[in-house]
Ligand binder design. Structure first.
Ligand SMILES: Cc1cc2nc3c(=O)[nH]c(=O)nc-3n(C[C@H](O)[C@H](O)[C@H](O)COP(=O)(O)OP(=O)(O)OC[C@H]3O[C@@H](n4cnc5c(N)ncnc54)[C@H](O)[C@@H]3O)c2cc1C
Length: 298
């Protein structure tokens, strides 16, 4: 299939891009890496009258360490740049470890951080990891600028809080807290396929080694990234023993998700994967948190 006809505009500044978005609203679509938008246009699932190419805006492509340990990344940062960044490895190791799971290197060479987040595919890795890492997003329009926490950005299937005249311009990750641990994993039919189910965990423990905070985020099990609040509540203040983790994983599978059946997997199989993957990421994340302080009980 070929896309329906559209007007192609390639602004040279972010202000120009925002003015075009403001003028055309729902008729316009931003083009980032094109790895999702172009196939959708070819299938006529998207038929924008105006395509606003963001690829001439180098000011939107950067990875910037912040004082105090945080990170800022421009929306047009290529996924491959994140994958190969030493700063990301040091400051956001979970994000670094996640990248090879996204499609293939050819797609990551074009696909962008902001494009994946704005696209909000419920099976995508980057939305889930940005929620697990407590990220927030800077959004701009001709009218205003606003920051939205990652856990309030995704509102439904392929749907975010972005207004038609808004662009996602930056992703911020806070510094890694003390005594923290993380883990990411997913199951796909073939490596590089979209995940049948994925899980990302970011945890902190207190000075005694008990669980202080747990952020367990599951994906490919709902309309967007799903935070396992019930499982996290069970672990709060508890020593993260294998029994406690097993019980939390059981709760995540039973109470936190409501997966559907599709041609790739049944709801029952997805629940099974949630149970197994939650157990794995929580065990690994708490293990990493404890490894930061050798005085904790094993
Ligand atoms: C074969 C194949 C396999 C894939 N496998 C995976 C996978 O395993 N996991 C995964 O997560 N993804 C996968 N993808 C998708 C890939 O990661 C895309 O790169 C990503 O979904 C979209 O990023 P993009 O930069 O290409 O955005 P585009 O395709 O250019 O845009 C996607 C959507 O986001 C909007 N948009 C883009 N940038 C902005 C912005 N700054 N502000 C507002 N709106 C914006 C566009 O208007 C469009 O609606 C796969 C793609 C293909 C073709």
């Amino acid at each position: 299939m070929k896309p329906s006809s559209f007007k192609y505009l390639a602004p040279g500044t972010i202000e120009e891009a925002l003015a075009i978005m403001a003028a055309h609203g729902y008729e316009a679509k931003a083009l980032a890496g094109g790895q999702s938008l172009i196939p959708m246009m070819n299938f006529r699932l998207a038929q924008p009258a105006v395509m606003v190419d963001l690829n001439n805006l180098p000011e939107l492509a950067y990875i910037r360490p912040e004082q105090g340990g945080g990170l800022r990344m421009g929306a047009m940062t290529r996924q491959s740049a994140i994958e190969h960044s030493a700063i990301i490895l040091e400051r956001a190791p979970m994000l670094h470890a996640t990248m090879p799971n996204i499609a293939y290197s050819q797609i990551r060479n074009r696909g962008t951080l902001g494009g994946s987040i704005a696209h909000a595919d419920p099976s995508a890795e980057l939305p889930a990891v940005s929620v697990a890492l407590d990220g927030r997003f800077r959004i701009r329009s001709h009218r205003k600028e606003r920051w939205v926490p990652a856990n309030a950005f995704f509102v439904g299937l392929f749907t975010t809080v972005l207004e038609p005249d808004e662009l996602l311009v930056e992703v911020e990750l806070p510094p890694m807290p003390r005594r923290c641990g993380w883990a990411f994993t997913e199951v796909a039919r073939r490596h590089h396929d979209f995940a049948l189910v994925g899980a990302a965990a970011a945890v902190t423990v207190d000075a005694r080694g008990a669980c202080e905070q747990t952020r367990l985020v599951l994906f490919s099990v709902g309309d967007g990234p799903v935070e396992a609040h019930q499982a996290a509540k069970m672990l709060a203040g508890q020593p993260p023993t294998l029994e406690a983790i097993r019980a939390a994983a059981e709760t995540a599978a039973r109470d936190d998700v409501d997966p559907g059946t599709d041609i790739n997997a049944t709801a029952e199989f997805r629940r099974h994967l949630v149970r197994v993957l939650s157990g794995r990421v929580l065990t690994q994340a708490f293990g990493r948190a404890h490894a930061q302080n050798s005085s904790f009980p094993a």
